[in-house]
Write a protein of this length. Sequence first.
Length: 102
Amino acid sequence: MIVPIAMAYMSSLAPAGQEGRYMSYLNIAMFCGIGCGPIIGGLFADLFGLASVFYVMAVLSFMAFILVVMTMPSQVPTGSSNGFSLFRNVSLMLQNRRTLGS
């Protein structure tokens, strides 16, 4: 669920003509996380026990959440924006029965 949303934001925030470069930045970040995550998790598991891996993951996930909430624009900067805020769009999405899987 995260990758398509991140790609959509990346494509809408990239300057015209630089979309490919910005998509490659996103891919580099994702593959660095995929490659470094097990190494860092294994290091914490060996040093502090298996439970520490989940605590570290929870802290890092919360930090990423705070970073997104503080820095992500609520509207797409292009002229195609419908003027709704991020929270209004999420509210509309959750009101849709198909989105909720019912």
